[in-house]
Each structure stands twice: as structure tokens, then as C-alpha cells.
Design a protein around this ligand. Structure first.
Ligand code: AMP
Length: 394
């Protein structure tokens, strides 16, 4: 079965075409900056490689362009559109409704729409991707894979907020957790690597969005992102944990409009708000040049992660393994070093030499005598989505 995986963001589409169950990647690519004058396509397959600027006004246009590449007589991977039997869509927020991967129906789409207010940066574009894919891949089955599903095993004492009961009972206000496909994928890899199904794992996903999960027996037990994907760690543009009374103060005393506060906390805070830069590579380069704001932001970032590690060690009464994953976790030796420094109280001891190595696959970066294994594991959300789509329709 050929399964197309789509991850549709507000201005981008990431895609991979898999042959399942062989898990063979036939092609992959990204279209970025949709609607911008600087839109760009990057496409890779065994037959061709494309990297060029393009005018791409809409998501529909983007997907049609991708289909054109897939169907290309000489360089394409399929001869007819019907060869793609299933499309798996990443959907960020599944609320309390979606506990696992589902086939997309009109009812499913309405529920995803109802959740727009909880994931305003993600769910609208995810649904746009679904609508466009349905109009193009008319015969394919479509599946929604939710970032929140993996966290359905978090116990009540951890997902319930200490606010009046009616908010959970009547309005389902609770911690949901996100980046579930990534945490599931890398923790399963770690379990196989350790050969220990019961391992106590802390999985740290550090990309544009950042989150940390406590995982035991292969199940999520606690998570830093909460009701929506804004809580917890310091992210590219999101503040992570703050005292919520700050919002009242900004509105009631400093006279900000509520929408302005939302935009400040979601799009102008985090590493961007602290430094003026969004990309961690720029921040590290600036810090090396002596930029004090960048240095401090890196320290704050690592400090927040360390605090979560400490609390999850307490929550699980122990720790076997830490995983670093996603763009920053997989690539930034400095952040890994900063997070793991002075953590020997927990049996976490990083080996600097191993941390400086690069390797495809799993990289173990702890000292030989470290009680806790520290693993760098490349995430592969697309493969996890393809697996779940295939399992649903096979
Ligand atoms: P992701 O959301 O997983 O694609 O991660 C994107 C983030 O990874 C970007 O914001 C970059 O800051 C970060 N990143 C990628 N490569 C590196 C690197 N070599 N060093 C530090 N950060 C990196």
C-alpha cells in the first residue's frame, strides 16, 4: 500500500510517500512559505531532487504541485493518483474526543474544527490540508493522527487542573499533551535499544515547539504541554510556563487588549522575545560572539528543562534513560551539555567526547558508568504516521 503522509502547517506542507508495510520512503519534501513571494519547494526521491523558489499562493496549489511531481512521467513515483490508497494527516489537537487514530469523516472534521480555539496555530491548517487532500485524492482513505493520542494514558492526578471540578466535568478542561507521535516513536526506539519494556524514560522534544514527557512501561505518564501547546518549556516564540496572573496584569493594569496579550505570549515570546532571534543556531552564534541576552536565554532554556527532568524523576521514582530529539535535541551539542551538566544527583552523566560525535541512528552520549543512559534519537513523525495509517486501513 502506498501511503502519503501530510503535515500541513500554516505556511508549509511537509510530505512523504511510503510503501507499506516495507516502510520504504519513495519520496519526501517540503513546501515552505506558502503565500509568500519567497515560497520554496524541496523534493527528493531516488529519481530526482528539486530545490527551487516558486510562486505558491495557497495550500491547494502546493498540494497540486506535489501531485504533479509524484505523477511526472519520467521522475514520478506513481503512474496514477489512485495508486495512493491512503493519506495520513498530522492533526495537533484531538481534545478529549480522539483517543486514537481515526478515519476522517465529516463528523471528524467538525470535531477538529471545534478544537480550533485550543490549537489556533495548528488545527486550522491541519484541516485545510485534509480538505485539499480530499479534493485531490478522491479515492484514497484519509486518516487523522493526533499529537494528543499518545498522552491518553496520563493519569487523572496529572492531567486534572486544580480548578473547580465543573471545568473538567462539563468542559473537558485538562492537560492533553502534544508531540505524541514523536514521543511515542523515540520512546519505542529507546525501549528496543535498552531491551527494557518497563524503562522509566524522559523524552525531550526540542524543535520549534518544545515538550518533555515522562514515560513508563511505554506509556505517557506526564507531559509539559497542557490544555494547548503553550505550557512548559521555553520555545521558539512561545513563553512556556508563566504565572497566569500576568495576563490579568497586562490587561487590567497595563491596558493591553486580550488579543495583543495572546499574540505576545504565543508569537513574540520564548527565545524570540528574549533575544530577537527565533532560530537556535543564530542564538548560539550570537552567544559565542558575547551577546549577553543570547547567553542568558540559553541558560534559561536549559534551566527550565532541568527543572522538568527533576520533577519527572520524582514522579516516576527513578530514571533509566533520557532522550534528546527533534531539530535542537538532535543537533545542538551545547543544549544537551547544558541540560545534563550538574545532574549527577540523578545519575545523569554526559560524556563530552561522545556528545560531540555525529551518527545516523541512535547516539549514546552518557559516560560508561552513568546510571542513566542519555540517547540522541532522530524522531520520525512521518514514519509513525504512516505506520498508524497503514494499521488502520490494511
Ligand atoms: P524542528 O521543529 O524539529 O524542525 O526544529 C527546528 C529547530 O531546530 C530550529 O528552530 C533550529 O533552531 C533548530 N536546529 C536545527 N539544527 C540545529 C543545530 N545544528 N543547532 C542548533 N539548533 C538547530
Amino acid at each position: 500500500m502506498k501511503v502519503l503522509v501530510l503535515n500541513t502547517g500554516s505556511s508549509s506542507v511537509k510530505y512523504q510517500l511510503f510503501k507499506m508495510p516495507e516502510e520504504l520512503v519513495l519520496c519526501s519534501g517540503t513546501i515552505e512559505r506558502i503565500g509568500d513571494t519567497e515560497a520554496r519547494i524541496r523534493h527528493n526521491s531516488s529519481k530526482c531532487s528539486v530545490d527551487k523558489p516558486l510562486t505558491i499562493p495557497t495550500h491547494k496549489f502546493a498540494l497540486k504541485y506535489i501531485v504533479g511531481l509524484l505523477l511526472d512521467k519520467d521522475k514520478g513515483e506513481v503512474q496514477s493518483i489512485e495508486e495512493i490508497e491512503a493519506v495520513g494527516h498530522r492533526v495537533v489537537h484531538g481534545g478529549h474526543t480522539f483517543k486514537s487514530t481515526v478515519e476522517i469523516t465529516s463528523e471528524v472534521k467538525s470535531k477538529i474544527k471545534e478544537l480550533f480555539t485550543l490549537a489556533p496555530l495548528h488545527n486550522p491548517s491541519n484541516l485545510e490540508g485534509i480538505n485539499v487532500a480530499e479534493s485531490i485524492f478522491k479515492k484514497a482513505k484519509q486518516a487523522a493522527i493526533f499529537d494528543t493520542s499518545f498522552h491518553q494514558t496520563i493519569p487523572l492526578k496529572a492531567y486534572k487542573y486544580a480548578i473547580p471540578n465543573e471545568f473538567l466535568d462539563n468542559h473537558h478542561i485538562r492537560l492533553f499533551g502534544f508531540h505524541g507521535t514523536s514521543h511515542k516513536y523515540v520512546s519505542q526506539k529507546a525501549i528496543d535499544y535498552l531491551d527494557n519494556k518497563k524503562a522509566k524514560i524522559i523524552s525531550i522534544h526540542l524543535g520549534n515547539g518544545c515538550s518533555i514527557s515522562a514515560i513508563r512501561n511505554g506509556e505517557s505518564k506526564d507531559h509539559s504541554l497542557g490544555f494547548s501547546p503553550f505550557n512548559g518549556l521555553i520555545m521558539g516564540t512561545r513563553s512556556g510556563d508563566i504565572d497566569h496572573t500576568l495576563i490579568f496584569y497586562l490587561v487590567n493594569t497595563l491596558n493591553y487588549e486580550l488579543d495583543e496579550v495572546k499574540s505576545i505570549l504565543q508569537s513574540k515570546s520564548g527565545m524570540l522575545g528574549l533575544t530577537g532571534f527565533n532560530d537556535l543556531r543564530d542564538i548560539i552564534a550570537e552567544a559565542k560572539r558575547g551577546n549577553k541576552k543570547c547567553k542568558l536565554a540559553l541558560e534559561m532554556n536549559a534551566y527550565r528543562i532541568k527543572k522538568y527532568i527533576g520533577s519527572y524523576v520524582a514522579a516516576m521514582n527513578g530514571l533509566d534513560c533520557i532522550i534528546f530529539t527533534a531539530g535542537i535535541g538532535e543537533n545542538s551539542k551545547l543544549i544537551r551539555e547544558m541540560v545534563c551538566s550538574e545532574m549527577d544527583i540523578f545519575g545523569i552523566e554526559l560524556d563530552e567526547e561522545k556528545n560531540n560525535k555525529s551518527k545516523s541512528g541512535i547516539l549514546e552520549i552518557n559516560k560508561n558508568n552513568s546510571k542513566v543512559k542519555i540517547l540522541v534519537i532522530p524522531t520520525n513523525e512521518e514514519l509513525e504516521i504512516a505506520r498508524q495509517t497503514f494499521d488502520l486501513f490494511k
